[in-house]
Design a binder for this molecule. Sequence first.
Ligand code: KIV
Ligand code: ZN
Length: 519
Amino acid sequence: MAHEQVKIFDTTLRDGEQAAGAGMTTPEKLEIARQLDRLGVDVIEAGFAASSPGDFEAVATVAREIRRPIIASLARAHPNDVDQAWGALKGAGQPRIHVFLSSSDIHLMHQLRKNREEVMDMAVSMVARAKGYCEDVEFSAMDASRTEPEYLYTMLRAVIDAGATTINIPDTVGYSIPEEFAQLLMDIQENVPNIHKAVLSVHCHNDLGLGVANSMAAIQVGARQVEGCINGLGERAGNAALEEIIMSIETRKDFLGVTTNVDTTQIYRTSRLVSDVTGFPIQPNKAVVGLNAFRHASGIHQDGILKERSTYEVMDPASIGWPGTTLVLGKLSGRAGLRSRLEELGYQLDADELAQAFEGFKLLADKKREITDPDLEALMSDQRRAVSENTSFTMEHIQVSCGDHEIPTATVKLTGPDGFTTTDAATGTGPVDAIYKAINRIVQVPNTLAEFTVNSITEGIDAIGQVTIRIQKDEGVYVGRGSDTDILVASAKAYLNALNRLLAMEEAKKESAAGVPNP
Ligand code: KIV
Ligand code: ZN
């Protein structure tokens, strides 16, 4: 039986970035977009062009560089937003303008402060404006699941007449229950006479933990585009987790009768990249991509798995690109062995990148007897950060003295963006405080430390420690990560990484404020 295709619309770079503390730089967004392209999603929502000059630049960059999927920009139902969206998208191979406007009385009354007729006019005229720029126009009726049905039908019919080719039904506040949401989708198909002219899409938030369940219920009654974020990232409790939706479709094709275009073996890599860039860890018991997703602890389960995997596993870990049994590398492993393992983990490196990785690997192998896949992932994460920071501060040297009879003191040597190397020292309440104060004396960017966590990447006394921190300056929150077998060095790397991202984002804001291209 031929399966109908469900389009996968990824909004990690837009709704995902709206998660508090998940801000990304344009190069980071581009790297994620490249990986989403490998994953095979149909649509990448690259940002909300009118929301800031930085977002405009990110959408334009992704649109220029990523050619296979449809690239979308979000736009409020305002002329300037639609124009800016087009301005950022016009270089895309397949551009889509995504216009959204609230439709529920709660939003009309308290947020928009407009009546239904005024809102209807805005929706129709802005869809028509977008259509004047590009064929592919999506319309989202924000808070659709809490909208009075007759008004929603009328609005959807009108925007399809005005040129919308995809109609998105968001459960904006994650309020729906699956049966209820499916009924809404069925009612829309019954009561909007021209609905067959558009692709019916859903966008479910996870406030009650039902984002994926609502999306699946909608697919069962005819939704043919589903929106979500990798790892369930997103505003508040997040959006529906795309990897869960994709694997549900893949695993239960027999029941659902639908399929996707996705290369599921890219899921693991995509999930780890998004977690690494945003600094949002993946909970161990997370479906599909959590560390425990394919681990079996109980004796009965282990017995079953050893006899036949399908006794306790509904997916083959290899189908999501899980690296599988870990091959341990060590001091004597050569460049070819490292390259082959990195390739198996999904890293495609050119000769320079491999040389740099090999250098880091040798340094690590001097300190740590066995190097496992998570160690290699940490190494590659540090390398990726170092490359994207090549115009900012780098750490040359760090020395710390502390103990129960010492005043914690740190000396750091940094090379700045101007190429000059500076050494400075400070004391603090503890060694990390001393390091951060010494770095502050050189970098001189006032900020507050909002979060500091240390995790061990592997087991054992020689494990790599990974430090994740968030710092705050004005309204912005900036994540930083660093790893090392010495957690004080990892702490220094994480702080420098956060500071460098802060500096890069502030610089990007200044540059684009000076010259936002007119659409
Ligand atoms: O949650 C929502 O309603 C949205 C729309 C802008 C699609 O993100
Ligand atoms: Zn949303």
